[in-house]
Write a protein that binds this ligand. Structure first.
Ligand code: COA
Length: 366
């Protein structure tokens, strides 16, 4: 029987699924995809191979290239375009419901969708740049990796430093256990809906600043601090107003976030012009957070140096959530497939504790 003590806001710590895909090692500060440390993947395998590792447990089973597809009406707001178009693909491609199709079919749908989602983001970003045309397919086809093709589709050119920044960022953020967007994807998949519905719902969950949107806030923050040259003053004002410093703190890690470590190293290697100020603000923020919350571990999270690495690739801050969605298509796809395997069991149905008014009658409320 449940009791008031069972109430766990946000379901924190509640084990709702079993997964073989990945789980952050919260005390050890490492992240492994199907048992392989991401340190062994970054720089050795391109993102599309890591997609295969996560989805099929096979580095040679890569994400396919996107097939020809004409989005209905892109707006240039990439997260909104991505969410709408991904849901629409379910209708255009007549995707079958997950509880009715085979595992092979679901895997194929997820591959097509993942590839197309990247293409939609690239095309939406091109539109946001004021370019109404599309880059010819033969130009895009010259790209060797998914990251290079993404940039070619967006800008018609792909600087190798930008390719490395995006590939590293995508691999580091491809999967991270049962976070809000992955949970959303699994909840929708657990109803037997099609893969497009599950992926588009996940995009919506990712677009908020407490999950995937933080890098969009980090760059302006670094710019303000660089302008004033007073990180101490900026941090203490922020904490005095009881506001959150974006890029610090994490629901899972109680040690250094390994992704932050890799992204920091990459930002330095790629000669980010923001690296120095970012490192300085990080030092000041960590000290102030430690003083303000001595009993909590508030360390640098993935979003902080993600913002710096994405800046190397000249990604505008509003595009950050959609870039995150591009990387997460791997983790989401793997989880949707895992959830499909346990259908029709596993439908999510947590409970709510009612704390509203007791029984009353309309006459009493007037
Ligand atoms: N800056 C300032 N204070 C912070 C903080 C931050 N980045 N992160 C947590 N805190 C403070 C909260 O204000 C709260 O203080 P209070 O008890 O005085 O109200 C306390 O720490 C606990 O906050 P809580 O939200 O319960 O901690 P959490 O560990 O569950 O939160 C996050 C995790 C990620 C939601 C939180 O750290 C945050 O909002 N970070 C900034 C946004 C961000 O970087 N998001 C990307 C995550 S990958």
């Amino acid at each position: 029987m449940s009791s008031a003590n069972d109430f766990r806001p946000g379901l924190e710590g509640v084990i709702a699924v079993e997964t073989e895909i990945a789980e952050p090692d919260r005390e050890g500060g490492s992240l492994r995809y199907r048992g392989i440390d991401i340190e062994e993947l970054v720089g050795h395998y391109p993102y599309e191979d890591v997609w295969g590792l996560l989805v099929d447990d096979d580095l040679s089973s890569k994400m396919p290239d996107p097939e020809p597809y004409e989005p209905a009406q892109l707006t240039g707001n990439a997260p909104a375009d991505l969410q709408a178009e991904t849901a629409r693909l379910g209708g255009v491609w007549k995707l079958g419901k997950l509880h009715e199709i085979s595992e092979e079919q679901a895997r194929q749908d997820l591959g097509r969708l993942s590839a197309q989602m990247m293409s939609i983001v690239a095309r939406s970003a091109r539109l946001a740049d004021g370019k109404e045309d599309t880059v010819p397919d033969d130009v895009v086809a010259k790209g060797k990796t998914a990251a290079e093709k993404f940039l070619l589709r967006w800008r018609g050119e792909a600087d190798p430093r930008h390719v490395k920044a995006i590939d590293t960022y995508w691999i580091c953020t491809a999967e991270h256990g049962l976070n809000a967007s992955t949970f959303t994807a699994r909840v929708v998949a657990s109803t037997g809906a099609d893969a497009g519905a599950a992926l588009s719902a996940a995009v919506g969950a990712l677009s908020g600043p407490l999950h995937g949107g933080a890098p969009a806030y980090v760059k302006p923050m670094l710019e303000v601090v660089a302008r004033t040259g007073d990180p101490e003053g900026w941090v203490s004002e922020k904490l005095a107003r009881h506001e959150r410093i974006m890029g610090f703190g994490h629901r899972v890690y109680r040690a250094e976030d390994p992704r932050s470590r890799i992204l920091k190293r990459t930002a330095k290697e790629l000669g980010s012009p923001q690296f120095e100020i970012a490192e300085e603000l990080e030092r000041v923020a960590l000290a102030a957070l430690h003083e303000a919350y001595p009993n909590r571990v508030l360390a640098t999270n993935v979003e902080y140096y993600s913002a710096v690495v994405l800046d190397v690739a000249q990604i505008p801050p509003p595009l950050a959530p959609a870039m995150f969605a591009c990387s997460r298509v791997a983790g989401w796809s793997a989880h949707i497939l895992e959830q499909k395997r346990i259908l029709p069991r596993g439908l999510f149905r947590p409970s709510a504790r009612y704390v509203g008014p007791g029984e009353r009658h309309l006459a009493e409320t007037n």
